[in-house]
Design a binder for this molecule. Structure first.
Ligand code: TEU
Length: 549
């Protein structure tokens, strides 16, 4: 079995995890101080979002130096100490490689701006007139994807913020520079890598207007992407490390190729289709209730497709770009605990490697901000203005941000009910969620029925029952939008996973043989029963049954 199949990755947003020096910003030493907590949870890898020198316009995804540590987060010695201390606890550190673009403050871009043609070819510059961008492509953060540099009489491409200039991967010198970066961190003892929007790095030979959309169809899963990934992995010899690609707007066929071991590209990949089922008209900034049937069908398509294609999914609900899942698909009220546990079980027992985003394991919710001044995320601030320009009132625009802003997941980790939630002694760079006195690690550790305790059991189960990592998957109740049910089979073992996706009690068909199965896990006390060939699931109930013949 590929060694990462029974592993669990914990994603840390260092800026909001734990502040060891009281400056209101989380840091690397803060992570080291919390290693016992993470080891007790049982995770195997820690993925750190970028801690490299950055102007922080996109919270570190605007990298100004790939091989150093931003003083905001500490020193290189602190990272070395974390890598060693984590290794002593059997935990590997994964770093985030932002290779689609650099900050415009990176020395390479500064040299390009100064007229150095060698470095201009590190990026995507095009000659042009100041009022005619090369294409009508749009940035994912709003506005044109092109910026005009008057001094040069040229435009440069930025698929994200204007301060994030896209690199030219067709230039072999760029590919060699980035291989050096991977080798540098591998030599430091890093055990894996997450590659940021890596499926956007290969641009088309000819840039043309997109009369159907924002241009993404031309550069997503681009013409040389598989060749470039194979070359990067081969020339840095990281095929035996844990590598995960963030694949923006990707396809199943490409993700099979990205993660099939025979292709020697990556270990696994993230896709985001399941996190767009509440996007009205496919637009993140238009709200609608989640389409549960679409959610089920997407999970089934990707699970069965990757199983048949020998690909491997990274399984996740939350990350630093997504709202908190318990606020989005679960309940913040009466069924907060049950729904958080159900959502966890729903994905942790699928085929793939699960990722837990900091705070998810204690049921952290969106922060319920009420004032635009509380928001700091560049994407959210851009779209707040766009929503106002589209005619929304400030109140309506704030309502959209409260549901969709990336700041929802970036609020300081809630360690205790103390001031600043025990995240810091000195303050917090981003406003805390309003419920940290109720939802925090201290309270969770004191409650044997906590969401945290449930995540620990899920992780422990993954290690004990190889069927979870290896078993085939078959979906049940496919046409019933209220329940997400599947079976895992492996040799003479069978696992049945039943999840009530709703806040109401439901009755579903049951297989009589299940009454002899062992209840491995559930989010309600007491036993379960089936009457004839039916069974009842309580609101947000999850039930995990097991049988070894
Ligand atoms: O995210 C890329 C990405 O797909 C999301 O940012 C998404 O496009 C955006 O939220 C619009 O819905 C990666 C990082 O995870 C993100 O934090 C960075 O801002 C982005 O790339 C640029 O590096």
């Amino acid at each position: 079995m590929a060694y990462f199949k029974d592993k669990v990755v914990y994603q840390i947003y260092p800026k909001s995890f734990y502040d060891s020096n009281g400056d209101g910003v989380g840091d690397i030493r803060g992570i080291t101080l919390k290693l016992d907590y993470l080891a007790d949870l049982g995770v195997d890898y820690l993925w750190l979002t970028p801690v490299f020198p950055s102007p922080q316009k996109d919270n570190g995804y605007d990298v100004a130096d790939y091989c150093a540590i931003d003083p905001l987060f500490g020193r290189m010695e602190d990272l070395q100490e974390l890598i060693a201390a984590a290794e002593n606890k059997g935990i590997g550190i994964m770093l985030d490689m932002v290779f689609n673009h650099t900050s415009t403050e990176h020395i390479w871009f500064q040299k390009a701006l100064a007229g150095d043609l060698k470095y201009q070819d590190y990026y995507i510059f095009r000659e042009g007139k100041p009022d005619q961008p090369p294409t009508n492509w749009q940035s994912k953060f709003g506005g044109s994807a092109w910026e005009y540099e008057k001094k040069l009489g040229k435009w440069y491409l930025h698929l994200f913020d204007v301060t994030q200039a896209d690199l030219n991967w067709d230039n072999p010198a760029v590919r060699e520079e980035l291989k050096k970066v991977v080798r540098f961190w591998k030599q430091k003892g890093v055990k894996g890598f997450r590659f940021d929007v890596v499926n956007l790095i290969s641009k088309p030979a000819v840039f043309e207007n997109d009369d159907q959309g924002d241009g993404r169809r031309f550069y997503t899963d681009g013409p040389n992407i598989h060749e470039y990934l194979k070359e990067l992995v081969r020339d840095t010899q990281i095929e035996d490390m844990v590598t995960v690609g963030e694949m923006s707007s990707t396809t199943l066929d490409n993700c099979i190729r990205y993660s099939d071991p025979a292709e020697k590209e990556l270990s696994m990949c993230f896709n985001f289709h399941h996190l767009k089922v509440d996007y009205k008209n496919g637009n993140k900034w238009e709200l609608m209730p989640a389409d549960r049937m679409a959610l089920k069908q997407l999970f089934e398509t990707w699970q069965i497709g990757m199983q048949n294609g020998n690909g491997w999914n990274a399984l996740f609900w939350c990350n630093h770009d997504q709202p908190r899942i318990v606020s989005r698909l679960g309940s913040e009220g009466d069924y907060h605990k049950q729904s958080a546990k159900m959502l966890a079980a729903m994905i942790h027992l699928l085929r793939g490697t699960p990722y837990i985003y900091q705070g998810e394991e204690i049921g952290m919710t969106n922060p319920h901000y009420t004032d635009i001044a509380q928001y700091l995320d560049v994407e959210s601030l851009n779209y707040y203005q766009i929503l106002l320009q589209e005619g929304k009132t400030a109140q309506q625009a704030l309502q959209v941000l409260a549901a969709r802003s990336r700041d929802n997941s970036r609020t300081p980790m809630q360690w205790s009910a103390a001031e600043f939630a025990g995240f810091s002694e000195g303050g917090a760079w981003l406003s805390l969620a309003d419920n940290y006195q109720q939802i925090n690690v201290e309270a969770a550790l004191a409650d044997e029925d906590s969401i945290y305790a449930f995540y620990r059991k899920l992780i422990k189960l993954r290690k004990e029952k190889q069927i979870i990592a290896e078993g085939e998957i078959h979906f049940l109740e496919k046409m019933n939008s209220e329940v997400f049910a599947y079976q895992r089979t492996w040799g003479d073992e069978e696992l049945v996973v039943l999840n009530n996706l709703t806040a109401e009690a439901i009755t579903i068909p049951a297989q009589l043989k299940w009454q002899d199965y062992e209840k491995l896990l559930g989010n309600y006390a007491g036993d379960w029963s089936l009457t004839a060939d039916k069974m009842m699931l309580k609101p947000y109930e999850c039930l995990v049954l097991y049988q070894a013949k």
